[in-house]
Structures are given as structure tokens and as C-alpha cells.
Design a protein around this ligand. Sequence first.
Ligand code: ZN
Length: 318
Amino acid sequence: MRFLTDLKLPSKVIVCEVAPRDGFQAEKQWIPTEHKVAIIKKLAATGIQIIEITSFVHPKAIPQLKDAEEVVRQSLELTGVKFRALVPNVRGAQRAIDAGIKKIKLMLSASDSHSLSNANCLTREAMDGFAPIIDLAEKHSVEISGSISVAFGCPFEGEIPIDRLNSIIKRYIQYGIKEISLADSTGMANPRQVYNTVGELRNNFPDVIFTMHLHNTRGMAIANAFAAMQQSIIQFDSSITGLGGCPYAPGATGNVATEDLVHAFSEMGIETGINLETLINVAKEVKQIIGHDGGSFILKAGPRSQLHVAPKSQQKLG
Ligand code: ZN
């Protein structure tokens, strides 16, 4: 369809799949390692270019991810896809590097309350704790990205002042980190807020590459992604079937479903490099393996392109 006037949208975006970390960590029932690896391989086959494969968190903190090394070892042979793993501390970074990970992601919370319940330390202390991890990663030529949880609202404190985000990003930059994920971990963002906040951050830090990590807790994730695109953001995290949650944020549900987000992009003519049909089939398989989905719309309704036969009753009588 062609229009006389049109929205300003990117021609291409990058979608990073986070279910193997953000999704699986929220699952109570043990997912066997071979199932995790099988899902990762299927995801890679859809054309997804980046997968957040696991977290090297202490096995006692999140037992579901205690097989992080094994998952990485069995997935590294895949070509055409980049893997990154979340690391919460130096011990985790060492484990990730030993397993062959080439990119790590650091994580902290924008608010002290969320930081205390998530990492048992203040935001400032979490930031200080990054120094030895970064030293280790640099020594092994491992790439590093940063992330800010609850960047658009904290379930305990509410609003996050923009100055707080500014100072966290400044410290990331001092550490030499230029890729930062802004996480709406409990789905508190709205499109206007995303537009304004991201606009201001892009203006303050023009050299930083921002990724949006949007949970769909209140059904606003795609609208928020759309608002972020209006500020030239082209990197998005999502989770197959919408799996996920936040173990430290009461009531939070998963990330926006990858098939929902890719479907929305595809309908708007925005390239993702991902085959939607294959992706939807993988989503169906993941739902079977895990035993449920995370609120995916496309799994329920099917893609828009899938038209239905008009019911006979519509034909005029006589
Ligand atoms: Zn998340």
C-alpha cells in the first residue's frame, strides 16, 4: 500500500531473542538442557541474529539456569547468530568466558529498591562492582554491553528521575560501554514517556547505541517499541511466545512476544531478516515444550495474512 504521507519509520531493525535467558529463568518446572538447546537451534534457524542465551548467575539463585555452561557449549557451533550471556559478577564472567562466550551483558537496576531485591546492593554499589568484570572481559577480548532494569518505572518506587538514568549511563560510558539496553522490566512505560525519555537520552548521549527491552505486562510493549522507533531506535529485545517475567518484581509478566513484534514490523514493511512463518512454527513448538505460552497474540489469532473463508450465511439468500 502506498500513501501520500507516511510515518517516519526505519527500513530495518534488529531483534534480539531473550527467551533462553529472560524467559527460561521465570520457569519453575525444570527444562532439560537438550530442550533448551533444541529451542535455541530452532530460533537461530528463523533468521534471528542475536540470542541472549543464558545467565551465569549463581545456580542457587536461579536453578533453572544452572546448566549455563552446557547450553553455551552445545550452541556455539551455530553459525550466523551472535550469542550474549548475562553475567551478574566476576565469578559469572569467568564461567561465561570459560564456556566460550564472546559477549557479556551487565545488568543493574535504575532504582535502589529494585536493586536491593534483585542484587542485594544499591545501584551505585552494583556499578562499582562492574570494574573487575570489565577488566576480566577486556583481558579476554570479550565484548560488553550494559543494561538498566526498571528504567521506565520501578514497581516499588514508581517514577525513575531522568537524572538517575543520565548518571548511570555516564558511568557506563566511563567504563567504555557504549551499548545500553533500557529495560521496562515490569511494563510500566507508556509510549509518550518512551518517546520523551529516549529522545532526551539520545540527545545527551549521541554515541550510545540504545536497545529497548520491553515487557508486555500492561499490553503497551508494541506501542512503546513504536514510540522508540520515532526516536531512531532500531534494536529490540523480545521473547518467543512472550515467555518471561521478573523474579524480583511482583506480578510482572514476560517480554513482548517475538512473533508479535516481528509480525508488527513485517506488517509495517520493516525488515527484520526473520522468517515470520518459521518463527510462528517455532513459537508453537516452544509452547508445547514449555507447556504454556506467555500471552502471545499471534499464537492465538494467527498472522493478519492468514485470511479465513467467509461463512456461508453471508451469501445473499435467493
Ligand atoms: Zn526482562
